[in-house]
Design a protein around this ligand. Structure first.
Ligand SMILES: [Zn+2]
Length: 291
Protein backbone atom coordinates (compact mmCIF):
# COMPACT_ATOMS: atom_id res chain seq x y z
CA UNK A 1 0.00 0.00 0.00
CA UNK A 2 1.25 3.45 -0.87
CA UNK A 3 1.97 5.62 2.13
CA UNK A 4 -0.77 8.06 3.09
CA UNK A 5 0.52 11.59 3.00
CA UNK A 6 -0.47 13.87 5.84
CA UNK A 7 0.18 17.58 6.09
CA UNK A 8 0.10 19.02 9.60
CA UNK A 9 -0.24 22.77 9.67
CA UNK A 10 0.64 24.72 12.82
CA UNK A 11 -1.44 27.88 12.50
CA UNK A 12 0.10 31.37 12.53
CA UNK A 13 3.82 31.98 13.24
CA UNK A 14 6.50 34.62 13.71
CA UNK A 15 4.93 38.11 13.40
CA UNK A 16 1.45 36.57 13.48
CA UNK A 17 1.03 35.25 17.03
CA UNK A 18 -2.58 34.16 16.54
CA UNK A 19 -4.69 34.64 19.63
CA UNK A 20 -3.02 35.81 22.85
CA UNK A 21 -3.99 34.17 26.12
CA UNK A 22 -4.91 35.96 29.31
CA UNK A 23 -1.40 35.43 30.65
CA UNK A 24 0.20 36.50 27.38
CA UNK A 25 0.84 33.03 25.97
CA UNK A 26 0.71 32.90 22.19
CA UNK A 27 -1.42 30.62 20.10
CA UNK A 28 1.34 30.22 17.49
CA UNK A 29 3.53 28.50 20.09
CA UNK A 30 0.83 26.08 21.17
CA UNK A 31 0.07 25.21 17.55
CA UNK A 32 3.71 24.54 16.73
CA UNK A 33 4.32 22.40 19.81
CA UNK A 34 1.28 20.31 19.01
CA UNK A 35 2.31 19.88 15.37
CA UNK A 36 5.75 18.67 16.45
CA UNK A 37 4.31 16.26 18.99
CA UNK A 38 1.87 14.90 16.44
CA UNK A 39 4.67 14.46 13.94
CA UNK A 40 6.70 12.56 16.53
CA UNK A 41 3.82 10.16 17.10
CA UNK A 42 3.15 9.51 13.42
CA UNK A 43 6.46 9.72 11.63
CA UNK A 44 7.62 6.22 12.58
CA UNK A 45 4.46 4.70 11.13
CA UNK A 46 5.38 2.76 7.99
CA UNK A 47 1.97 3.53 6.45
CA UNK A 48 2.31 7.28 6.74
CA UNK A 49 4.36 10.11 5.39
CA UNK A 50 4.05 13.17 7.59
CA UNK A 51 4.90 16.71 6.55
CA UNK A 52 4.69 19.90 8.56
CA UNK A 53 4.05 23.27 6.94
CA UNK A 54 6.38 24.79 9.53
CA UNK A 55 8.73 23.38 12.15
CA UNK A 56 9.95 26.66 13.51
CA UNK A 57 8.55 30.05 14.45
CA UNK A 58 8.18 31.28 10.89
CA UNK A 59 5.28 32.87 9.08
CA UNK A 60 3.57 31.35 6.06
CA UNK A 61 0.75 32.90 4.08
CA UNK A 62 -2.44 30.85 4.04
CA UNK A 63 -1.97 30.17 0.33
CA UNK A 64 1.51 28.80 0.97
CA UNK A 65 0.08 26.34 3.48
CA UNK A 66 -2.54 25.32 0.95
CA UNK A 67 -0.04 24.91 -1.84
CA UNK A 68 2.24 22.67 0.25
CA UNK A 69 -0.65 20.23 0.56
CA UNK A 70 -2.04 20.58 -2.96
CA UNK A 71 1.31 20.23 -4.70
CA UNK A 72 2.21 17.04 -2.89
CA UNK A 73 -0.69 16.14 -3.16
CA UNK A 74 -1.50 15.16 0.42
CA UNK A 75 -4.24 12.73 1.40
CA UNK A 76 -5.07 14.60 4.60
CA UNK A 77 -4.61 18.15 5.85
CA UNK A 78 -4.83 18.99 9.55
CA UNK A 79 -4.50 22.58 10.73
CA UNK A 80 -3.94 23.07 14.46
CA UNK A 81 -5.24 26.12 16.32
CA UNK A 82 -6.45 27.37 19.66
CA UNK A 83 -9.64 29.37 19.84
CA UNK A 84 -10.36 32.83 21.22
CA UNK A 85 -13.48 34.73 22.17
CA UNK A 86 -14.69 36.04 25.53
CA UNK A 87 -13.01 34.71 28.65
CA UNK A 88 -16.00 32.49 29.37
CA UNK A 89 -16.12 30.83 25.94
CA UNK A 90 -14.87 27.26 26.19
CA UNK A 91 -14.70 23.91 24.47
CA UNK A 92 -13.19 21.85 21.69
CA UNK A 93 -14.35 22.06 18.09
CA UNK A 94 -13.32 20.83 14.67
CA UNK A 95 -14.08 22.60 11.41
CA UNK A 96 -14.51 21.17 7.93
CA UNK A 97 -15.41 23.05 4.78
CA UNK A 98 -16.39 20.49 2.14
CA UNK A 99 -18.92 17.89 3.26
CA UNK A 100 -16.47 15.22 2.11
CA UNK A 101 -14.22 16.34 4.98
CA UNK A 102 -17.00 16.05 7.56
CA UNK A 103 -16.35 12.38 8.44
CA UNK A 104 -12.69 13.18 9.21
CA UNK A 105 -13.82 16.11 11.35
CA UNK A 106 -16.22 13.83 13.23
CA UNK A 107 -13.55 11.23 14.00
CA UNK A 108 -10.97 13.78 15.15
CA UNK A 109 -13.50 15.72 17.21
CA UNK A 110 -14.49 12.51 19.04
CA UNK A 111 -10.87 11.59 19.78
CA UNK A 112 -9.84 15.11 20.74
CA UNK A 113 -12.78 15.57 23.05
CA UNK A 114 -11.94 12.44 25.01
CA UNK A 115 -8.45 13.83 25.55
CA UNK A 116 -9.27 17.46 26.36
CA UNK A 117 -12.29 16.80 28.54
CA UNK A 118 -13.58 20.19 27.39
CA UNK A 119 -17.12 21.04 26.27
CA UNK A 120 -18.15 19.49 22.96
CA UNK A 121 -18.71 22.30 20.45
CA UNK A 122 -19.00 19.76 17.69
CA UNK A 123 -17.62 19.11 14.23
CA UNK A 124 -18.88 22.04 12.20
CA UNK A 125 -18.78 23.80 8.89
CA UNK A 126 -16.26 26.65 8.72
CA UNK A 127 -15.14 28.83 5.84
CA UNK A 128 -11.40 28.96 6.44
CA UNK A 129 -9.01 29.23 3.49
CA UNK A 130 -6.73 26.37 4.56
CA UNK A 131 -9.59 23.86 4.67
CA UNK A 132 -11.50 25.41 1.76
CA UNK A 133 -8.71 25.73 -0.79
CA UNK A 134 -6.93 22.47 -0.06
CA UNK A 135 -8.18 19.68 -2.30
CA UNK A 136 -7.94 16.70 0.06
CA UNK A 137 -9.85 15.88 3.26
CA UNK A 138 -9.04 18.87 5.41
CA UNK A 139 -9.95 19.97 8.92
CA UNK A 140 -9.05 22.75 11.31
CA UNK A 141 -8.80 21.78 14.97
CA UNK A 142 -9.63 24.29 17.69
CA UNK A 143 -8.34 22.35 20.67
CA UNK A 144 -9.56 24.80 23.31
CA UNK A 145 -9.87 28.48 24.12
CA UNK A 146 -6.63 30.30 24.87
CA UNK A 147 -8.80 33.27 25.88
CA UNK A 148 -10.29 31.21 28.70
CA UNK A 149 -7.88 31.23 31.69
CA UNK A 150 -8.59 27.62 32.70
CA UNK A 151 -8.27 26.25 29.20
CA UNK A 152 -5.22 28.39 28.47
CA UNK A 153 -3.44 26.85 31.46
CA UNK A 154 -4.24 23.34 30.25
CA UNK A 155 -3.28 24.06 26.65
CA UNK A 156 0.28 24.76 27.74
CA UNK A 157 0.66 21.75 30.05
CA UNK A 158 2.94 19.10 28.64
CA UNK A 159 0.77 16.17 29.81
CA UNK A 160 -2.32 17.70 28.28
CA UNK A 161 -0.54 18.32 25.00
CA UNK A 162 0.79 14.76 24.89
CA UNK A 163 -2.66 13.37 25.54
CA UNK A 164 -4.29 15.46 22.82
CA UNK A 165 -1.51 14.73 20.33
CA UNK A 166 -1.91 11.03 21.00
CA UNK A 167 -5.68 11.25 20.55
CA UNK A 168 -5.37 13.12 17.26
CA UNK A 169 -2.72 10.67 16.03
CA UNK A 170 -5.00 7.73 16.85
CA UNK A 171 -7.93 9.50 15.19
CA UNK A 172 -5.93 10.03 12.02
CA UNK A 173 -4.98 6.35 11.91
CA UNK A 174 -8.55 5.27 12.58
CA UNK A 175 -9.83 7.47 9.78
CA UNK A 176 -7.21 6.25 7.33
CA UNK A 177 -7.68 2.64 8.38
CA UNK A 178 -4.03 2.11 9.21
CA UNK A 179 -2.75 0.61 12.47
CA UNK A 180 -1.60 3.12 15.04
CA UNK A 181 1.96 2.12 15.45
CA UNK A 182 3.94 4.01 18.03
CA UNK A 183 7.62 3.90 17.37
CA UNK A 184 7.99 7.40 18.66
CA UNK A 185 9.17 7.80 22.25
CA UNK A 186 6.10 9.58 23.53
CA UNK A 187 3.09 8.40 25.39
CA UNK A 188 1.30 10.20 28.20
CA UNK A 189 3.26 9.92 31.39
CA UNK A 190 6.50 9.33 29.55
CA UNK A 191 9.12 11.74 28.34
CA UNK A 192 7.75 14.75 26.45
CA UNK A 193 8.66 15.15 22.80
CA UNK A 194 11.76 17.22 23.22
CA UNK A 195 14.80 16.58 21.18
CA UNK A 196 17.89 17.80 22.92
CA UNK A 197 20.33 15.00 22.31
CA UNK A 198 23.43 17.18 22.10
CA UNK A 199 25.69 18.72 24.74
CA UNK A 200 24.62 22.26 25.53
CA UNK A 201 26.77 25.30 24.87
CA UNK A 202 26.45 28.61 26.63
CA UNK A 203 26.45 31.34 23.98
CA UNK A 204 27.03 34.86 25.23
CA UNK A 205 26.35 37.76 22.88
CA UNK A 206 28.23 40.90 23.85
CA UNK A 207 25.87 43.76 23.03
CA UNK A 208 24.68 46.56 25.29
CA UNK A 209 21.61 44.41 25.96
CA UNK A 210 23.92 41.41 26.42
CA UNK A 211 22.27 38.04 26.44
CA UNK A 212 23.13 34.41 26.89
CA UNK A 213 21.56 31.69 24.78
CA UNK A 214 21.69 27.93 24.72
CA UNK A 215 23.47 26.39 21.77
CA UNK A 216 24.41 22.80 21.03
CA UNK A 217 27.65 21.08 20.28
CA UNK A 218 26.97 18.62 17.49
CA UNK A 219 30.08 16.59 16.69
CA UNK A 220 32.36 19.51 17.41
CA UNK A 221 30.31 22.15 15.59
CA UNK A 222 28.51 24.84 17.57
CA UNK A 223 24.87 25.40 16.57
CA UNK A 224 23.00 28.46 17.81
CA UNK A 225 19.36 29.62 17.61
CA UNK A 226 19.34 31.75 14.46
CA UNK A 227 16.64 34.31 15.05
CA UNK A 228 17.28 35.66 18.55
CA UNK A 229 21.03 35.94 18.11
CA UNK A 230 20.92 36.97 14.46
CA UNK A 231 18.45 39.75 15.11
CA UNK A 232 20.20 40.86 18.27
CA UNK A 233 23.34 41.54 16.27
CA UNK A 234 21.50 43.31 13.48
CA UNK A 235 20.92 40.56 10.92
CA UNK A 236 17.86 39.82 8.85
CA UNK A 237 16.74 36.28 9.60
CA UNK A 238 14.31 34.55 7.26
CA UNK A 239 13.30 31.10 6.22
CA UNK A 240 13.00 29.49 2.83
CA UNK A 241 12.55 25.92 1.64
CA UNK A 242 13.47 24.43 5.00
CA UNK A 243 16.50 26.62 5.52
CA UNK A 244 17.21 29.67 7.59
CA UNK A 245 18.40 32.68 5.64
CA UNK A 246 20.81 35.21 7.09
CA UNK A 247 20.68 38.54 5.25
CA UNK A 248 19.09 36.64 2.39
CA UNK A 249 21.61 33.80 2.21
CA UNK A 250 20.34 30.28 2.91
CA UNK A 251 22.56 28.35 5.32
CA UNK A 252 22.75 24.86 6.71
CA UNK A 253 19.87 24.54 9.19
CA UNK A 254 18.93 22.14 11.94
CA UNK A 255 15.61 22.07 13.73
CA UNK A 256 15.91 21.46 17.45
CA UNK A 257 12.69 21.49 19.46
CA UNK A 258 11.04 23.38 16.63
CA UNK A 259 13.63 26.15 16.53
CA UNK A 260 15.87 26.84 13.55
CA UNK A 261 19.53 26.49 14.53
CA UNK A 262 22.46 27.47 12.35
CA UNK A 263 26.17 27.03 12.86
CA UNK A 264 27.80 29.75 14.92
CA UNK A 265 30.40 30.03 12.17
CA UNK A 266 27.87 30.78 9.39
CA UNK A 267 25.99 33.22 11.58
CA UNK A 268 29.01 35.22 12.64
CA UNK A 269 30.64 35.13 9.22
CA UNK A 270 27.54 36.44 7.43
CA UNK A 271 26.94 39.11 10.06
CA UNK A 272 30.54 40.14 10.34
CA UNK A 273 30.71 39.33 14.03
CA UNK A 274 33.68 37.87 15.86
CA UNK A 275 33.44 34.59 17.70
CA UNK A 276 35.60 33.02 20.38
CA UNK A 277 35.48 29.61 21.90
CA UNK A 278 36.65 29.58 25.49
CA UNK A 279 39.62 27.21 25.63
CA UNK A 280 39.34 26.65 29.36
CA UNK A 281 35.57 26.08 29.34
CA UNK A 282 34.78 24.28 26.07
CA UNK A 283 31.02 24.69 26.56
CA UNK A 284 31.31 28.48 26.32
CA UNK A 285 31.14 30.65 23.22
CA UNK A 286 31.45 34.43 23.04
CA UNK A 287 30.06 36.46 20.15
CA UNK A 288 31.05 40.08 19.58
CA UNK A 289 29.05 42.11 17.05
CA UNK A 290 30.89 44.21 14.51
CA UNK A 291 30.65 47.58 16.27
ZN1 LIG B 1 -5.59 30.34 15.04
Amino acid sequence: MAKKRIVIDAGHGNQDPGAIGTTGKKEKDFNLTMAIKLDALLKGNPNLQVNLTRRTDVFLELKERVSVANKMPADLFISIHANAASSSANGTETFYNRTTSAPLAGVLQRHMLAATGFKDRGARYGNFAVIRDTKMDAVLLEVGFISNPEEEKKLFEDDFQNRVALAVAQGICEYLGVPFDVQAPTLPGQEPVKVTPYPEMSVTVHTAAGSTYTGYNVKGTTWVPSRPIGELIGGRIGYTKGKVTINGEAVETMNIDGVGYVTARDLTKLLDARIFWDKTIPSRVEIYPKN
